[in-house]
Design a protein around this ligand. Structure first.
Ligand code: NDP
Length: 248
C-alpha cells in the first residue's frame, strides 16, 4: 500500500507486448504499477502514460532482470520510492531460436538467464517482503513451448519448463504465508517477439488452433488480472494454458 492506499503491482518487461497490456489492465483493476524494462525507454514512457490515464501512479526502471544485483537494487529502489508491492508478474523474456545443432552457446545462456534466472532473481529478492506481508500473488510467464516443447527452441523451452517447476515448488513453500504462485503459459500471441515469423508460418499455426486465430496481448492480460485478483483466491501452483486450443 502507499499514501493513496492503492495496492502495488510490479511487472517485469512492462514496456511492450504482454507486459504492457498486463500493467495497464492491473492499473484498471486498481493497482499502482511499478515496472522494469531492458532499454526501450520510449516504449516505457508510453506504458507509463497509459497507466496514468487509468488514474493510477506509475514507476519505471531500466534493469536487466538477468542480473541478480541489479534486480535487488531495483526492487529496493521501488520499495523505498514507490511502495511495497503485493503482486509480481514475471513477464520479461526473450527468444533466440535455432536448431540445437546450430545453437550458439551464448544464445543458450542468454535465454536461460533472461527467462528463467530472472524469475529466481525477482522472487528471491521479494520473498521476505511477501512472507512479512503474509499475502500476495506471483504470476510467472511460461509458454506453450515449456509445456509441449518446440523445435528450434530447446533453450526457450527449457527456460519456460523450468519456470513451471520453480513456480509449483514456490507455491508449496509460500502457501502457508497466504502467498499464491501461478503460471500463465500462452500460445502464439501477436507481439514484437513473433514479428520475425512469416505470414505463412502464422497461417500454418492458425490451422492448428481450435479458435483459428493468433492470440492478443489482452487475452493474456485478462488471465494475469484474474490470477492477481481475489477471484482466484483459492488457486495456487497452477498452470493456465491460454493458447486458443492449440493442437500440435
Ligand atoms: P516482447 O518482446 O513484446 O517484450 C519483451 C519485454 O521484456 C520488453 O518489455 C523488454 O524490454 C523486456 N525485456 C527483455 N529482456 C529483458 C531484460 N534482460 N531485462 C528486463 N526486461 C527485459 O515480448 P512478449 O510480450 O511477446 O512476451 C512477454 C512474455 O511472454 C515473455 O516471457 C515471453 O517469453 C512470453 N510468451 C510470449 C509469447 C508470444 O507469442 N508473444 C508466447 C508465449 C510466451 P525492452 O522494451 O526494453 O526491450
Amino acid at each position: 500500500m502507499n499514501e493513496n492506499n492503492n495496492p502495488i503491482a510490479f511487472v517485469s518487461g512492462g514496456s511492450r507486448g504482454i507486459g504492457r497490456a498486463a500493467a495497464v489492465k492491473l492499473a484498471e483493476d486498481g493497482f499502482d504499477i511499478a515496472f522494469c524494462y531492458h532499454s526501450n525507454s520510449e516504449a516505457a514512457n508510453i506504458t507509463r502514460q497509459l497507466i496514468e490515464e487509468k488514474g493510477r501512479r506509475s514507476y519505471s526502471v531500466a534493469c536487466d532482470v538477468s542480473d541478480f544485483d541489479a534486480v535487488r537494487n531495483m526492487l529496493e529502489d521501488i520499495e523505498e520510492n514507490f511502495g511495497e508491492f503485493s503482486v509480481v508478474v514475471n513477464n520479461a523474456g526473450i527468444n533466440a531460436d535455432a536448431p540445437l545443432a546450430l545453437m550458439e552457446p551464448e544464445n543458450w545462456t542468454k535465454v536461460i538467464n533472461t527467462n528463467l534466472n530472472s524469475v529466481f532473481n525477482v522472487c528471491r529478492c521479494a520473498a521476505i517482503s511477501f512472507i512479512r506481508q503474509a499475502h500476495g500473488s506471483i504470476v510467472n510467464l511460461s509458454s506453450i513451448s515449456g509445456v509441449l516443447g518446440n523445435a528450434s527452441q530447446t533453450n526457450y523451452s527449457a527456460a519456460k519448463a523450468g519456470i513451471i517447476g520453480f513456480s509449483k515448488s514456490l507455491a508449496k513453500e509460500m502457501g502457508r504465508y497466504g502467498v499464491r504462485v501461478n503460471v500463465v503459459a500462452p500460445g502464439l500471441i501477436e507481439t514484437d517477439m513473433i514479428s520475425g515469423m512469416t505470414d505463412k508460418a502464422k497461417k500454418d499455426i492458425e490451422k492448428k488452433i481450435l479458435l483459428k486465430r493468433v492470440g492478443t496481448v489482452d487475452d493474456i492480460a485478462n488471465a494475469i488480472s484474474f490470477l492477481c485478483s481475489d477471484k482466484s483466491s483459492y488457486m495456487t501452483g497452477q498452470v493456465l494454458q491460454i493458447d486458443g486450443g492449440l493442437r500440435v
